[in-house]
Design a protein around this ligand. Structure first.
Ligand SMILES: *Cc1c(COP(=O)(O)O)cnc(C)c1O
Length: 492
């Protein structure tokens, strides 16, 4: 659809036009001033669009059609696990008994919901090798903070004031941010030449002032930490705890368990690993699973089972308290539960297919891009666009933008930070060989264009509704006010 056929909703506005017609109330009107403090009332009407119901529906439907989503096409966004979300999960989450349950009903009237949480906890413990789970954290980063608060409570309970948290240089930015937010000093350790955490450097900085090491496994290079057992011994040898950023759990399901690798605590991004839609800012959940030594510090309430009844337990004196209202994003947890009930016995196949898909794509792309850490990958891998930058003056950002012209969501770029011109690709297990081949063909074509026709790549995208937006200005100085029927120069 052309831009002119897609007016802003403010351009559709006609004074007095409404989308709903509400009948007379049948009770006397009460002036607002009688029930609201008059100083709080606005004097000028809000500057809102006035449109009919069909205009309104069309406006939002057209907007939705401009969204790229995993239901539209391949979404190889590294680190984000944009797998297909089975629609049966949506059916489960929308069951009125779940969707309409008030979070304040007494336990006796919420037995089914509590049972879902309790059973989900059992399943996540079995998969992770941990002992207890809290569901309150709203996403992975929130899970990190919650875990660090428990770690701090654990050390303080033992009379120890530890001040430092170790984070590898390949970590997701949320790791050092969470540690700093929790009041810790962040110590960065480098990666070695194989892409593992540098164990000698780790040994040097680990002492009794360290509260925890936050590790991602497989790490953000898509590589399994080959010396994880040794790493756990070093950390535990100083009385510190080992935290897993579980964002990459999709590579290990049913194959190996973090609890068996020596981790004491981890978060899971159920919106990545256990499906549930995300990517447009929708809700996620970041359950934190702990070994028994941290269980006393879990947020309240926990869900407990007594015979065939379930209840919420607030009587946990060492708890760090609440980290979120009620039980977290319950609807997302129902989706994860439905996913696990459907795929539980097949989880190993899920991870194996994710790993095979990534290695297949890597093998197809290896000749066309630099591969800074070239060894078999797990569920994702990291290329470098250095060659294209040095030889043709085309940046990784340009390559990502050009992929949009071929109908694909771009991979993650410029992360992890330790790879120059990083291109991070995660295909997930839900894509077919045909999709992987078509994507590889497109990316190889872009690599060829870098040599043959670099200008086309440098000025891409050419086929999208908007071209290059100033993301930084949009984030730092958001202009959300409509100032008349003008179009930004960068739209087409
Ligand atoms: C996604 C991700 C996070 C943060 O998780 P959110 O759910 O987005 O808060 C942390 N670490 C890694 C490695 C991730 O990929």
């Amino acid at each position: 659809m052309t831009q002119d056929a897609f007016p802003l909703i403010f351009e559709l506005t006609r004074p007095g036009r409404v989308a709903v017609a509400v009948p007379e109330a049948g009770v006397p009107d009460v002036p607002l001033e009688q029930i609201v403090d008059p100083s709080l009332l606005r004097h000028d009407p809000a500057d809102l669009p006035e449109v009919s119901e069909p205009d309104l529906v069309r406006h939002y439907t057209r907007l939705s059609q401009r969204n790229y989503a995993v239901d539209v096409g391949f979404y190889p966004l590294g680190s984000c696990t944009m797998k297909y979300n089975p629609k049966v999960n949506e059916d489960a989450a929308r069951l009125p008994g779940f969707a309409r349950l008030h979070p304040n009903v007494p336990d006796g009237l919420a037995q089914g919901a509590l049972q879902v949480l309790w059973e989900l906890e059992q399943m996540l413990c079995e998969i992770s090798g941990m002992d207890r789970v809290t569901f309150q954290p709203a996403a992975g980063a929130h899970g990190e903070l919650t875990a660090l608060m428990m770690i701090r409570a654990y050390h303080e309970d033992r009379g120890e004031r530890r001040t430092r948290v170790i984070v590898p240089d390949s970590a997701h930015g949320t790791n050092p941010a969470s540690a700093a937010m929790c009041g810790y000093t962040v110590v960065t350790v480098p990666s070695d030449r194989r892409g593992n955490i540098d164990v000698d450097a780790l040994r040097q900085v680990t002492d009794p002032s360290v509260a925890a090491l936050m590790l991602t496994n497989p790490n953000t290079l898509g590589l399994f930490e080959e010396r994880i057992v040794e790493v756990a011994e070093i950390v535990h040898g100083c009385g510190a705890l080992l935290y897993l950023d579980g964002a990459n759990f999709n590579a290990m399901l049913g194959v190996t368990r973090p609890g068996d690798q020596g981790f004491d605590v981890m978060h899971m991004n159920v919106h990545k690993t256990f499906s549930t839609p995300h990517g447009g800012g929708g809700p996620g959940a970041g359950p934190v699973a702990v070994k028994a030594l941290l269980a006393p510090y879990l947020p309240v309430p926990t869900v407990e089972r007594e015979g065939d009844r379930f209840r919420l337990d607030y009587a946990r004196p060492k708890s760090i308290g609440r980290v979120r209202a009620f039980h977290g994003n319950f609807g997302v947890l129902v989706r994860a539960y439905a996913y696990l009930r459907a795929y539980g016995p097949l989880l190993r196949q899920v991870s194996e297919a994710a790993v095979i898909n990534a290695n297949y794509l890597l093998s197809r792309l290896r000749a066309h891009f630099d591969v800074p850490y070239d060894r078999p990958c797990m569920h994702e891998f990291v290329l470098s666009g250095r060659r294209q930058k040095v030889q043709h003056g085309v940046r990784t950002l340009d390559i990502a933008k050009r992929l949009l012209d071929y109908g694909y969501h771009a991979p993650t770029i410029y992360f992890p930070l330790i790879v120059d011109e990083a291109i991070m690709i995660e295909p997930t297990e839900t894509e077919s060989r045909q999709t992987l081949d078509a994507f590889a063909d497109a990316l190889i074509r872009v690599a060829e264009e870098c040599a043959r026709d670099p200008d086309t790549v440098r000025t891409a995208p050419h086929r999208t509704v908007v071209a290059r937006l100033d993301e930084v200005a949009a984030a730092r100085q958001p202009n959300l006010r409509w100032r008349g029927p003008v179009r930004a120069a960068s739209t087409r």
